[in-house]
Design a protein around this ligand. Structure first.
Ligand SMILES: Cc1cc2nc3c(=O)[nH]c(=O)nc-3n(C[C@H](O)[C@H](O)[C@H](O)COP(=O)(O)O)c2cc1C
Length: 327
C-alpha cells in the first residue's frame, strides 16, 4: 500500500491541546498579536494553531502613561499596562470581524483588579462561541492593582482560579508569573483548583535607566522583560513544572525561531506561543510552523507531541503518559 507522504507530513503538527483540536501547536502570545486581524497584510492568520487575544478587562483601559517600551540587548521591556478596549467594545466591534475572518480557535485572555472582575469577565467570555480556551492572566507585572499580585500569592492564586473555574466549562489555562520564588507551587495550586492547562511564562520585572536624564526610561519605572533574554528562565521553569503536574503547558518566553520552539517541547511544553519575536519579524510564526514540520520529517516523528518533555531524566515518558490519560 502506498503511503500518501504529503498527507502524513500535514498531520505531523496536528495536536489536541486541553481537549481542543489544533492544526498545529503554534499560537500568538497575548498582547503581541492584538486580535489577530492586524497582521493580515503579512500572512493569513488562519495558518496558526490558535490566536490569543490581547488581555481583556471589563472596562476599557488606557494603560500606563509615558514611555511604554524600552529596548534591551536581548529583548524588550514593556509597561503597556493592559491597554485594551474593554469587553463591550470587543464584543460589539472586534468579535464580528474575528468571526468573519478567523476560523481557528481563539483564546480569550482574562484580567481583573479584583477576583469578582475575573469572575464577571469569565462569565462574559464563556458565552462567546468563537472563544474555545480561556487564559487566566494572574501574572501581569505592569498593572498596579491585581495583575502579578494574584499570581505571586499562592492563596490568591488558589482563590481566583477556583472562583473562575466555577463559572465556566471551557478549557481554562492559568498564565503564571516567573516573578516568584517557587513557580512549581503555584502551578500545582492551579492544577488542584481545576485548571486544564498552564501557560508560562509571563514577563520578568525589570528596569532601564537613561544615563542622560538619570531617570527610569519607562513611565511606569518598572516593566516586563520579554524576548531572547528570558528564554533560559522559561525553559527551566517549564522543565520543573512539567515534572510535577499532569496537565499540558503552553510554553512561551523568548522563542524566536524553530530551534527555540523545539527546545520548549523538549522541556515539557505541549504547544508554544510567540510574542516579542513578531515585532522584528512578522513572518516568524509561519517560519516556525514550517520549521517544525521539517524537523518532524527529518527526525522521523509521526507527531511533534512525541518529543514533549524529552529533556526530562526519563525522556518524558511519565509526563507524556499522564497527558495521554487526561485526553
Ligand atoms: C507588548 C507586550 C504586551 C503584552 N501583553 C500581555 C497581556 O495583555 N496579557 C498577557 O497575559 N501577557 C501579555 N504579554 C506577555 C506575553 O504574552 C508573553 O507571555 C511574554 O512576552 C513572553 O513571551 P515572548 O518573550 O515570546 O514575548 C505581553 C508582552 C508584551 C511584550
Amino acid at each position: 500500500m502506498e503511503i500518501d507522504i504529503e498527507k502524513k507530513c500535514k498531520s505531523r503538527l496536528e495536536t489536541t491541546f486541553m481537549g481542543v483540536k489544533l492544526q498545529n501547536p503554534v499560537m500568538t502570545g497575548s498582547g503581541c498579536f492584538a486580535f489577530g486581524l492586524e497582521y493580515m497584510d503579512y500572512f493569513n492568520p488562519n495558518k496558526l494553531g490558535a490566536i490569543i487575544t490581547k488581555g481583556l478587562t471589563l472596562e476599557m483601559r488606557k494603560g500606563n502613561n509615558g514611555i511604554r517600551i524600552a529596548e534591551t540587548p536581548a529583548g524588550i521591556l514593556n509597561s503597556v499596562g493592559l491597554e485594551n478596549p474593554g469587553i463591550d467594545y470587543f464584543e460589539k466591534h472586534i468579535l464580528p470581524e474575528m468571526n468573519k475572518y478567523l476560523n481557528i480557535p481563539i483564546v480569550g485572555n482574562i484580567n481583573g483588579k479584583f477576583i469578582e472582575e475575573y469572575v464577571e469577565l469569565t462569565k462574559r467570555l464563556d458565552k462567546i462561541e468563537k472563544i474555545k480556551i480561556l487564559e487566566l492572566n494572574i501574572s501581569c507585572p505592569n498593572v498596579k492593582d491585581g495583575g502579578m499580585a494574584f499570581g505571586a500569592n499562592p492563596e490568591i492564586a488558589r482563590k481566583v482560579t477556583g472562583e473562575v473555574r466555577k463559572v465556566t466549562k471551557k478549557p481554562l489555562m492559568v498564565k503564571l508569573s516567573p516573578n516568584v520564588t517557587n513557580i512549581v507551587e503555584i502551578a500545582k495550586i492551579a492544577e488542584s483548583e481545576g485548571a486544564d492547562g498552564i501557560s508560562m511564562i509571563n514577563t520578568l520585572l525589570g528596569m532601564s535607566i537613561d544615563v542622560k536624564t538619570r531617570k527610569a526610561v519607562l513611565g511606569n519605572i518598572y516593566g516586563g522583560l520579554s524576548g531572547p533574554a528570558v528564554k533560559p528562565i522559561a525553559l527551566r521553569m517549564i522543565h520543573q513544572v512539567s515534572q510535577t503536574v499532569s496537565i499540558p503547558i503552553l510554553g512561551m518566553g523568548g522563542i524566536s525561531n524553530t530551534e527555540d520552539a523545539i527546545e520548549f517541547f523538549l522541556a515539557g511544553a505541549s504547544a508554544i506561543s510567540l510574542g516579542t519575536a513578531f515585532f522584528p519579524n512578522p513572518m516568524v510564526a509561519l517560519e516556525v510552523i514550517e520549521g517544525l514540520e521539517e524537523y518532524c520529517k527529518n527526525e522521523k516523528l509521526n507527531n511533534i507531541s512525541e518529543i514533549i518533555g524529552y529533556a526530562h531524566s526519563d525522556n518524558g515518558i511519565d509526563y507524556r503518559k499522564k497527558l495521554k490519560l487526561r485526553k
